[in-house]
Design a binder for this molecule. Structure first.
Ligand code: FAD
Ligand code: MLT
Ligand code: ZN
Length: 484
């Protein structure tokens, strides 16, 4: 239900924003001029699962403009949704009702880069791939990579504390982000854009914005530590007979590839079949296997790294840990191996929709969730080949190196009966094993009601106190996160 404490947009409000932002491309106004179709992309999320009803999208181009917008909204009790690339997977980036969308896409400048320290300072709206391409020219790499890199923004990445494909190598954004510039709802500009690696001078407040999902302020810029780009990158893809073998392979990879290991991803056979069908393409190996893994190494010496990877593969194949495998011989092949993994999110919603569960679990128990879930859905008569069943399949894949599983329940259409069968069943399953109901995608609207399965009452109370302190009127991304 829409919270009646929030004001409804009036022509006076819109006039204020017009006078502030000036340029036509900075405002999409469906209250009078623009058509419903123009606001649609900002109202609808990547999964086409969540849909809001905003009539106004604002695109500030500076921190000062963002500050003035927020102050005005706060003074006038207008609720807002910060929006980056709108690739989030928990419905956090779109309005629920008529909240104003504040889209950061026009704040897209690289501010500085120091090639000795590797520290990049950039506006929040810079697209991840553009930041990484810029860094590539300087022989550096953005310490985060994910399938949505072509659309997601670095501010959105920080706001969701995205994990991605190489966290096992480069660590989390809580470690790499050195500073943040943000605007609070009352218009205060928080200048904490530190370029220091070490700075123990009291509470480290930037961490509240990392993973804050736009609930206490808008991130307008970040400073981030970027590693040197590796000269030699190798990718291998292999098939395995069981999840036990996947675990053994992971252990061997850590032991033998150690400092050059930069990704270890797991995909079950079902997820790869789905990818193959959606893409109408071929998988890299001849045979079919219950599990597949993708390994990437990044180091400084091509010969040394290839030798290491080759002898690792021989070792795991001799010991029958891995059944079959292929190593990319060039960049095109490496990209095509990666696409079998990075393409799974798109494939999983190809037939209509997807229910996504992004969980952290003790590694040995990780895959059991997929097996139990399939049985649970089949007992309920919801899964099957014919069109009359809402569910096509439940697939598992994810960041093995981080004990982060993605359970995707792929459907022909969004269906309340499926949702009821899955929730809170999945969350209860995870809570029993002391896992996390969100390893990396965040809470958004999807998981706001379920945060109690991963956080105790004391922690939730403290989080609500922080929210109230930073956003006393509750205008920032309401109805989400911790449900306030
Ligand atoms: P949006 O979707 O626009 O916003 C996400 C949240 O952050 C919202 O709550 C929004 O209000 C808030 N927000 C956005 N910008 C700001 C800002 N400047 N200040 C304050 N709040 C803000 N995630 C992973 O962790 N790992 C993955 O491997 C991964 N792979 C993905 C692959 C695909 C194909 C897709 C579609 C998504 C994937 N994601 C992954 C989800 C991930 O959360 C997002 O892709 C990304 O981090 C969000 O960035 P965005 O700019 O699109 O943010
Ligand atoms: C991934 O690892 O591919 C992402 O987190 C996206 C997803 O699970 O859909
Ligand atoms: Zn992921």
């Amino acid at each position: 239900k829409r919270n009646s404490k929030f004001a409804e947009l009036t022509p006076e409000h819109v006039e204020y924003f017009q006078s502030l932002l000036g340029s036509e491309s900075a405002i999409i106004d469906n209250t009078s001029s623009a058509a419903e179709d123009d606001v649609e992309p900002f109202n609808s999320d990547w999964m086409r699962k969540y849909r809001g009803h905003t009539k106004l999208v604002l695109k500030p181009e500076s921190t000062e403009q963002t500050s003035k917008i927020l102050k005005y909204c706060n003074d006038n009790m207008l609720a807002v949704v910060p929006q980056g690339g709108n690739t989030g997977l928990v419905g956090g980036s779109v309005p629920v009702f008529d909240e104003i969308v504040i889209n950061l896409s026009r704040m897209n400048k690289i501010r500085s880069f120091d090639d000795i320290s590797g520290i990049l300072v950039a506006d929040a709206g810079v697209i991840l791939e553009i930041a990484d391409n810029f860094l590539a020219e300087k022989n550096h790499i953005f310490p985060l990579d994910l399938g949505a890199k072509g659309s997601c923004q670095i501010g959105g990445n920080v706001a969701t504390n995205a994990g991605g494909l190489r966290l096992l190598r480069y660590g989390s954004l809580h470690g790499n982000v050195l500073g943040i510039e943000a605007v609070l709802p009352d218009g205060t500009i928080v200048d904490d854009l530190s370029k220091l690696r070490k700075n123990n001078t009291g509470y480290d407040l930037k961490h509240l914005f990392i993973g804050g999902e736009g609930t206490i302020g808008i991130i307008t810029a970040i400073s981030i530590l970027c590693p040197q780009r590796s000269q030699a990158v190798n990718v291998a893809y292999f098939g395995l007979e069981s999840f036990e073998k996947v675990q053994e392979a992971f252990k061997e990879a850590k032991g033998q590839l150690s400092e050059i290991l930069s990704a270890f991803e797991m995909m079950d056979g079902e997820s790869q079949i789905l990818w193959k069908k959606a893409k109408n393409s071929k998988l890299p190996l001849e045979g079919e296997y219950p599990f597949y893994c993708l390994i990437e190494t990044s180091g400084s010496n091509t010969e040394h790294d290839s030798e290491k990877l080759q002898s690792f593969l021989e070792h795991v194949m001799d010991r029958s840990i891995v059944s079959d495998g292929v190593v990319a011989e060039n960049q095109t092949q490496a990209a095509s191996l990666w696409s079998c993994r990075e393409g799974v999110p798109e494939a999983s919603q190809h037939w209509g929709g997807v229910y996504k569960y992004d969980v952290s679990l003790p590694i040995a128990e990780m895959y059991q969730l997929v097996i139990d879930c399939r049985k649970h859905l089949s007992d309920k008569g919801l899964i099957g080949d014919e069109d009359s069943f809402p569910i096509i399949d439940a697939v598992g894949y994810g960041h093995m190196g981080d004990a982060n599983l993605h359970l995707n329940v792929c459907v022909r259409r969004y269906d309340k009966a499926v949702e009821k069968a899955l929730e809170p069943w999945v969350y209860q399953w995870i809570a029993k094993r002391n896992g996390s109901i969100s390893a990396e995608h965040g809470l958004g609207i999807a998981k706001a009601p379920f945060v109690g399965y991963s956080k105790n009452a004391t922690l939730i109370k403290l989080m609500k106190q922080i929210k109230d302190l930073y956003d006393p009127n509750g205008i920032m991304n309401p109805y989400k996160y911790i449900g306030v």
